[in-house]
Every structure is written in C-alpha cells, then in structure tokens.
Design a protein. Structure first.
Length: 504
C-alpha cells in the first residue's frame, strides 16, 4: 500500500471511531462570535468566544492538548483539557488530525509564555479530512521567517489550488488583493459616470482582436457560435445606441498558446467613452493604475526582482516606429513589405515568406522592443496593418491612433481612437478577410451587422482594453499569470504522475 493510501485508511478508521462515539463528522453550521484575528486584537482575560477553523498543529499531552486552528484571518491557539470538555469529547479530539475543521467555545487566557489561547469548554467536529495536508514548518530566525517543507511544486499548486490556499497564506493575500484591485477599478470608472454593462459571451461572429477563437455549436439554433475573444464590437454598438461611457469587466477566451503571460481564459476590462480620443485614454490609464495602486497598497512604487518601478504619472511615451528605430537602429516608417522582410532576416527573426507588413513589424517589435520597456511606457501610433479597428492617424499616413502601455516588458493595455467611418471599417474587415484566406488564423471576420451599426453613426470615441490578470501580476509582483488566476487551465494529469503533495 502506498503512503497516501495508508494515511487515508488510518483517517477512515478514525472517522469510524468518531461516528461510533455518537459524534457527527460533517457539521451543518457553527455560530462564531470572533475570528482568530478578532480574538487576538480584542483580548480580554476570561473573554467568552466562539470560533472555528482548520487544525494546523497539535501537541497532545495525555489528558490535555494544545493546537492551533486557522481561519481566513489567521491562527489562534486552543487548549483542550479532558476535565473541561468531558471524556467523550476528548476521545473525539484524540481521533482528530491536522487539517480537520472544528468549532470551539471557551474563555480566552494567556499561557505562561504569553500566547493568547482559548481554553475550550465545548468542541465540535465540523469536517473530518481524509487526505493529509502537506506539512509546512516555519521558523523565525533573526527576525526573518524561514519556511521548511513548503508545498512548492508549481504544477501541483495550480492543479490543487485548494491545498495551495490552505498551506500558503501568501497565496490567499494575492487573491484578496486581486478582488480589491477589481473593486477599485470598478469604483474609479463608476465615479467618472461610466455605466457597467454585459455583452454576449457566445457570439455568432467573433471580433475585436486578432486571435483564434474557441468554437462551439448551439443545437436548437443549429448554428456555430464562438466564445468571445473581446467585447469591443458589442460595446461600441452601445455607443451608437446613445450611451456615452460604458465598460465591462469580463471573461474572454483565446484559443492560443499558454505561457507565463497568457492563459486561454482571461479577464479583461473594456471601456468606451464618446467624444474622446486616444490622448484622453493615455491620461486615464496612467491615473487609473496610479489610483488603484495607492488605494489598494498605499504605494505608487512596486518592487519586482530587485527593481523599483515608479507608476506615478506621467509615463514615458514613444511612437511605435520610433521605438523600433531606437532599439534596432532601423527606420521602417516608409519601408515596403519586402524591405521590412529583409530587415527582419538581418535581425535573425524567423517569419513566414508570405508574412504581411503588419506581421513583420509585430515580430520585430515583440523581439527587440517589448523586453526593453521596463518602466511604464506608452507606445503610440501603430501601423494600420495591425490595427483594423483603430482610426487613421490624423497627420501621419499609414499609422493609426492606437497605443499600448507596457511595464516590465509586458503589454498592460490597448487603446484606440475608435474607427467610426463605416466605409473605412468595411475595407479594413475585407483586408482581414484576405489575410484569413491566406491562412492567418488570427485575422478577423467581416461583421456586417457592426458595419450596419456604424452606418447609423457613432460619435468620435476612445476605447480601452486593460488585462486584469496582467495588472494584478504587476501590482502583486507575481511572475506568472497562473499565480493570479485561481484555477488556470492545465494539461491533463498523467496516469503515472504522482498527483499528491509529498507527505512528511
């Protein structure tokens, strides 16, 4: 029998003993008066409390035992004595294990070592665990916490996030911060008078980004649907309809590669404001990220990999072509596709022979520019070939009024002066359709209904899409997108792979 099966068997035997003692192993509810943190902060000698949590440590001593239980606020020590709880309850306690969830009532006191502790007068088992937790040991040395035997296998932590959250309190703090970041963003936008709306996840025509979609089928309608890759085209329909500021915080889906910065299912905030342009959005993005950081973390500086990132406005601003020239030495503004192809080859960038001008520029930018954009930087004025929904630049032919913000070499957001000319938009869609016919799986489809909407008239509009996951990564100094998504997509578990955390 393998170790896990043996430990589980032992716990099943204890479960049987507990039930034989007449106790219920899986409770219905437990009324708490205090959390662990509230007991510690409101300590009064002999204060009556009722609290609950998961057993994280035990020290049995005959007819009396100490243990620590943990709830969402932290840990509190309890002291269980047979004379106080009775022989039957103490027998139940002796059959408990680390990880079991209990509720206790009693009075608070301080031990001889000064630790605030609950002297238990009543104990209830609320959930008996059948699988052991990984043992995590901590020691404070020279005022520094040292963790031993941590549950550190990244793949297991992502697969078994429930275990990760139990034993790694810092992980919980990241997701608590994520919730606050989203709340602050929503508050920031609502305070400016923008309306939060909802648009379809299932779309008959996908659009709003260059990406490969997930495909599904609706049986009743007998038609193909796509999980949305962006919310853009539906939100702009609402601007046509008369709303002047709308936003959506949504799940989007892109059927593409997975790495430290990409997950097939991700969270996006998209905002559209009538009568504004991309310069307005540049100022808004800077101020919004700065405000969120200050309100959630009380700071406008981020410490990442030994670097201090200052996010207080104004951020550095560069043009797309200017950035390529600065970091490669090549001025590609008025170059032909063939000339850019030769430059890409000289830079040792692998591209397909039939790659269009936009794809070539994008590959050069991604390889030579993005990794250099460490401090918050706004890159503006993108080529028209890779900006099918952005308005043509008002003074530079071949470019659009589009910007992206980058921090630590990663794209944080994307924004346009939105294209509101239906004739121009149709021509852009048709250009995308030609790319798709040539094999570009990420090119957009022609959305005739969206063109029809534009023909009813859309006012000048500024649009913004900001990746929530990327923003949380930045503000919590998390190295991977999987560290800020509770349940990231994973490959199937292999049958011969050990799927349990190591037990001590």
């Amino acid at each position: 029998m393998d170790p896990l099966s043996s430990l589980r068997s032992q716990r099943l035997q204890k479960l049987k003993k507990i039930e034989e003692l007449g106790a219920q192993a899986y409770g219905y509810s437990f009324k708490r008066t205090h959390t662990a943190e509230e007991i510690l902060s409101a300590y009064k000698e002999a204060m009556d409390v009722s609290t609950a949590g998961r057993i994280m440590s035990m020290r049995r001593m005959g007819k009396a035992s100490f243990a620590h239980i943990m709830d969402v606020s932290g840990k509190i020590q309890i002291y269980v004595k047979q004379d106080n709880v009775g022989e039957e309850t103490y027998s139940i306690f002796k059959n408990l294990d680390l990880g079991d969830i209990i509720g206790v009532k009693g009075q608070v006191f301080k031990t001889k070592t000064g630790e605030i502790t609950v002297l238990v007068s009543k104990l209830e088992l609320l959930a008996k665990t059948l699988r052991p937790l990984p043992v995590v040991k901590e020691q404070v040395k020279d005022d520094e916490k040292i963790v031993y035997d941590a549950f550190a296998d990244k793949e297991l932590r992502y697969r078994q996030r429930y275990v990760d959250l139990i034993v790694n309190s810092d992980v919980r703090k990241v997701f608590e911060a994520r919730s606050k970041i989203v709340s602050e963003m929503r508050r920031y936008l609502e305070n400016r008078g923008y309306l939060e709306v909802e648009t379809p996840v299932l779309q008959p025509i996908y659009g709003g980004a260059n990406a490969r979609p997930f495909v599904t089928h609706h049986n009743t309608l007998d038609m193909t649907f796509y999980l949305r890759i962006a919310d853009e085209l539906y939100l702009k329909r609402l601007i046509v309809g008369g709303f002047e500021g709308v936003f959506e915080i949504s799940k989007d889906f892109r059927n593409e590669g997975m790495d430290r910065d990409h997950n097939p299912e991700f969270t996006m905030m998209e905002l559209y404001v009538a009568y504004e342009d991309y310069e307005f959005m540049m100022d808004l993005v800077e101020d919004m990220v700065y405000t969120i950081s200050n309100n959630v973390f009380g700071s406008h500086k981020i410490e990442v990999d030994g670097k201090t990132i200052e996010i207080k406005p104004p951020w550095k601003r560069m043009t797309y072509m200017g950035a390529i020239k600065e970091y490669t030495g090549h001025d590609l503004l008025d170059k032909t596709t063939e000339q850019i192809f030769q430059v890409a080859k000289s830079l040792h960038i692998e591209v397909e022979p039939n790659a269009g001008k936009g794809r070539l520029l994008d590959e050069i930018f991604s390889e030579y520019v993005e990794p250099k954009l460490i401090e918050p930087t706004i890159i503006k004025d993108f080529p028209i070939e890779i900006s099918p929904l952005a308005k043509k630049h008002r003074s530079v032919p071949g470019l659009t009024e589009r910007f992206e913000a980058f921090v630590l070499g990663k794209e944080l957001c994307n924004s346009f002066s939105e294209l509101n000319d239906p004739i121009d938009q149709k021509e852009r869609f048709e250009a995308q359709a030609r790319l798709k016919a040539q094999g570009d799986e990420e090119a957009m489809m022609i959305d005739e209904d969206y063109i029809r909407a534009l023909e009813y008239g859309m006012p000048p509009t500024a649009g913004l899409g900001i990746g929530i996951d990327r923003l949380v990564m930045l503000l919590t100094a998390s190295p991977s997108i999987r560290d800020v998504i509770l349940f990231p997509q994973m490959r199937p578990e292999k049958a011969d792979k050990k799927d349990e955390p190591e037990q001590k």
